[in-house]
Design a binder for this molecule. Structure first.
Ligand code: FAD
Length: 465
């Protein structure tokens, strides 16, 4: 195939990952002549699901210093924040997610096309429905508005999908007006009356957001929170000195038990020096992908079964202000935590009945007007039912991983087909790459992936030319 002088690159999904990628693609000299398309149906491209402006009380769960779009310019977001009117009285320790969404959109806008024919990135405010392979080796990205984009490279940056139904096979509750399948759906919570009882499934950062938003809206009735481990996310502490990396001690470990033993040794050593557990855990962050990849599948599965819940509580932390608010609501009895798994949900007039089974017991029933599923996104690409994913999966071009975490990819993010071969045209970045790294969700990991993938596409293009 003759290399195209102006390769066409189509990025599907314009949330954080898609935005970071097109910005990085534009910085590659080898791609100066590339035609870049960004497909994102939201009214404003850039913020994606997490940072689309909804409610000011939704805060970022990390400090601004960790949130630059560019790995090589760590102060980029902090400096932008300093220039904003809301920072006149000082930069907030935890900015709102809506503010961060504005930052993403403003940065993206610097590369978006302003007129037909200019060199900017072309944004299509619609959904991609398929991307079949053509006989010339390219892909035809089909959009819901009828457009077809013949592309040399296609990147899936699809983000997070709403949580799957927590119980089955009786799914009648999904049609009940009091069941909220998508905790992030716009206007969802405003349908809840101030005296209506609410039950939340899950106790992670999404549950914290929902709880605080309900309170902000004047909700007064008790809220029951059902979670398997019964813990809220740990709170951030004031920034302290970093704990030195001990990755060299972990590198030879190929079992969860081995890694945990080394980790506990460092926790004890840190405690003896008066150092909190948080910096010890954070010191592992840059090497988490390598630690995860060194485990055979059986060990990865063991981790998911026994430790992933605890990991999530310790790793995905709340801003202190949020953690204090949840603690205060618990003390006054506004929030009750019920440890156990939701086994059954049944419609009962204008209410829902929920059977919760704590470990080793027969279980008990709770009744609520509203049940909100905050159980975490659906990651299993064998179950994701959007037309694009279904068509790629059925064509054998997208392979879900055996642990139900995302898609199978090579080290560059190229999708592995059902024959195990890496696609030369189809790539992904973001949460879909959890099978390779386990942690593939937050800004620091995703901006790194965006930089590396842009460089890889540029290298391939350079080699083809
Ligand atoms: C509520 C929430 C809060 C979070 N808060 C933080 C935080 O404070 N700090 C942090 O580091 N991380 C946070 N995260 C993690 C978050 O996943 C990442 O920071 C990042 O936003 C993920 O970016 P993404 O581009 O992969 O996904 P998204 O931002 O979800 O973007 C994916 C985009 O793809 C589009 N899309 C999907 N399918 C198609 C299709 N077929 N055609 C066209 N477009 C399509 C969607 O419309 C969506 O806008 C949060 C996540 C959530 C859900």
């Amino acid at each position: 195939m003759t290399p195209p002088a102006s390769p066409v690159i189509t990025v599907i999904g314009g949330g954080f990952a898609g935005t970071a990628l097109v910005l990085q693609l534009r910085r590659q000299p080898a791609l100066a002549g590339a035609v870049i398309h960004l497909i994102e149906p939201r009214e404003i491209p850039g913020p994606g699901l997490a940072y689309t402006a909804r409610r000011p009380e939704y805060l970022l769960n990390v400090r601004p210093g960790a949130l630059s779009l560019y790995p090589t310019v760590p102060v980029h977001f902090t400096e932008w924040l300093h220039r904003q009117p809301e920072s006149a009285a000082g930069v907030p320790e935890y900015a709102s997610r809506a503010t961060y969404g504005r930052y993403l959109h403003e940065e993206l806008a610097t590369v978006l096309s302003l007129a037909a024919g200019d060199a900017g990135v072309r944004w299509h405010a619609t959904t991609a429905t398929a991307a079949p392979l053509l006989s010339d080796g390219r892909r035809a990205v089909q959009l819901a508005d009828g457009t077809e984009i013949r592309s040399d490279y296609v990147v899936l940056a699809l983000g997070n999908f709403p949580p799957p139904p927590p119980t089955g096979p009786d799914l009648r509750y999904l049609q009940h007006p009091g069941y909220h399948a998508d905790p992030w759906a716009t206007g969802n919570l405003r349908r809840i009356g101030p005296d209506e009882e609410v039950l939340l499934i899950g106790s992670g950062l999404t549950a914290v957001d929902v709880l605080l938003a309900l309170r902000q809206d004047g909700h007064r009735a008790p809220v029951t929170v059902v979670a398997r481990h019964g813990r809220w996310p740990a709170a951030h502490r004031p920034a302290t000195t970093a704990y030195p990396s001990f990755y060299p001690e972990l590198a030879p470990e190929t079992t969860v038990t081995g890694v945990v033993a080394v980790f506990k040794r460092h926790l004890r050593a840190a405690a003896a020096q008066g150092i909190d557990w948080r910096p010890v855990l954070d010191s592992l962050r840059p090497d988490l992908g390598r630690i995860w990849a060194a485990w055979p599948l059986a060990e990865q599965s063991r981790f998911l079964q026994h430790l992933a819940g605890l990991w999530s509580v310790a790793r995905h932390r709340s801003p202190p202000h949020n953690a204090e608010a949840v603690a205060a609501l618990t003390v006054v009895g506004f929030v009750q935590m019920q440890v156990g798994a939701v086994r059954e949900i049944l419609p009962d007039g204008d209410q829902l009945r929920v059977r919760v089974r704590p470990h080793g017991t027969a279980g008990c029933w709770h009744t609520a007007h509203h049940v909100i599923c905050c159980a975490g996104p659906l990651l299993d690409y064998a179950r994701i039912a959007t037309p694009l994913v279904v068509s790629l999966r059925e064509a054998g071009h997208l392979t879900p991983d055996p642990l139900h975490l995302g898609m199978l990819t090579d080290v560059h993010g190229a999708l592995l087909g059902e024959d195990g071969a890496a696609s030369p045209t189809l790539f992904t970045l973001g949460p879909s790459r959890r099978p390779a790294y386990f942690e593939s969700t937050a800004v620091p990991e995703l901006r790194q992936q965006a930089g590396a993938l842009a460089a890889e596409i540029a290298k391939r293009q350079f080699n083809r030319a």
